[in-house]
Design a protein around this ligand. Structure first.
Ligand code: CTP
Length: 406
């Protein structure tokens, strides 16, 4: 990627500050960046900080004779391999969808002969507005590329879709676009399990756990963006299927095992689900009543271990890369190491689900250690989307290497 460069158009949104991290990450990958900072963008980050990171002049005005003499706006929009708009505000998307050219940013988007990648960021109501959705469809029809937005808490205090994708995820999308959309996992079948399982006791009660499914859904989405043919087997969660993923919804561990086996053969299995280890021995079809013995004693029986079942399949049927997750509260890495051996996984991803561990269960941040046959790798705490992007890239590398070996 070392000879590649992007034109980064920084729109006016609170998330504009994340562009500084984006430029830094691109530089680390050897991807150069030139920047256009819109007038609204300059309310959130200064040209000085952007320029210090790009190591270049920051372009701000359409009618700037000095800048035009050095590099005209048409040339600027074509001097790179990709145009990246981040944050892509509702206004920038509207202008681009309608072919406006009334400032430097919109003119560069209209004048470029290179692909344009938008990383939208805005308030959830603006994102959901029919006008924005219409503009997105138009841009999609015109060949635009998109990354995000994410769902989560917003600076304005609301919750929903509209958060700028995290910089590592944008970098991943930029690299994919720069490599001509080359998707290293194209044609590879992958199984991902996610979420909790619900183990029914009677028509109104079940045994479950706090898993939100966010990490597994993010991994399924990231793998699909790299071209994988992903089956996501999910327990009950309040999440939509990520784009391009085929979703099988299940309730119990036994259903999850059956749906996972039905998804085979796969080259890689990523078992993120927090499967309930036990289920009530008896499931009654009528509500258990307090005055008729009640629930003081619930006999439990063990559920099948899905990961262990799949990881112990005979060679030829076993996925080449089996990845387990170990949610622990104490001695996190030590337990995960043992679990990796016991469950016959290639990689075990350990995370701390104790109170001290970033509120992993249900939260948006994760801090993981990957244990494989060669050692351990601890990643800094980062949003689950970013963990997913990095893990998907690691999986693509591993399958690529295994592919070459075989
Ligand atoms: N797992 C599974 N089926 C089960 C239990 C766990 O597939 N019945 C998988 C999970 O998806 C995860 C890994 O096994 O990838 C580890 O899950 P965890 O709950 O941490 O391990 P347990 O085997 O339940 O061990 P323990 O409860 O003793 O920590």
């Amino acid at each position: 990627m070392s000879d590649r460069s992007v034109l980064l158009i920084i729109g006016g949104g609170v998330a504009a500050y994340k562009c500084l991290e984006l430029i830094r990450l691109l530089a680390k990958r050897g991807i150069g960046a030139r920047a256009i900072l819109t007038r609204a963008g300059a309310e959130f980050v200064t040209p000085l900080s952007v320029g210090a990171l790009t190591g270049d002049k920051v372009y701000t005005e359409l009618f700037d004779l000095t800048a035009e003499a050095e590099m005209g706006h048409i040339e600027l929009s074509r001097s790179v391999d990709l145009v990246v708009v981040a944050p892509a505000t509702a206004d920038l998307l509207a202008k681009a969808a309608n072919g406006h050219a009334n400032d430097l940013a919109s003119t560069a988007i209209l004048a470029t002969d290179k692909p344009v990648l938008y990383a939208p960021a805005m308030n959830v109501r603006m994102w959901e507005h029919k006008a924005t959705q219409r503009n997105l469809r138009q841009l999609g029809d015109d060949g635009a590329l998109f990354v995000g937005p994410d769902e989560g808490d917003m600076a304005c205090g609301e919750f929903g879709h509209g958060r700028l994708a995290e910089p590592p995820v944008i970098v991943e999308a930029i690299e994919a676009a720069l490599s001509g959309g080359a998707r290293p996992l194209t044609g590879r079948r992958v199984l991902v399990t996610a979420g909790p399982t619900h183990e029914p006791l009677d028509p109104v009660r079940y045994v479950a756990n706090r898993s939100s499914g966010k990490q597994g859904y993010a991994i399924a989405g990231a793998l699909a963006r790299l071209g994988a043919d992903v089956t996501l087997v999910s327990g009950p969660v309040a999440l939509d299927a990520p784009a391009g993923v085929s979703l099988a919804r299940v309730e119990t561990a036994r259903e999850m095992l059956a749906a996972s086996e039905a998804a085979l053969p796969v080259e890689c299995a990523v078992m993120c689900a927090a499967v309930s280890d036990y289920r009530p021995e008896i499931e009654t079809s009528h509500k258990i009543k307090k005055d008729r013995g009640g629930l003081t004693n619930i006999p439990l029986t063990e559920n099948p271990d899905i990961l262990q079942t799949i990881a112990h399949l005979p060679e030829g049927e076993r996925p080449r890369l089996v990845i387990g997750f170990a949610a622990e509260t104490d001695d996190v890495v030590a337990y995960a190491r043992t679990k990796r051996e016991r469950k016959n996984c290639d990689w075990m991803v350990a995370n701390d689900v104790s109170e001290a561990g970033h509120g992993v269960m249900g939260g948006d941040v994760n801090e993981i250690t990957i244990i494989d046959g060669e050692g351990e790798e601890t990643w800094p705490a980062m949003p689950k989307e970013a963990v997913a992007a990095r893990l998907a890239a690691r999986i693509a590398d591993a399958l690529g290497q295994k592919g070459r070996q075989t």
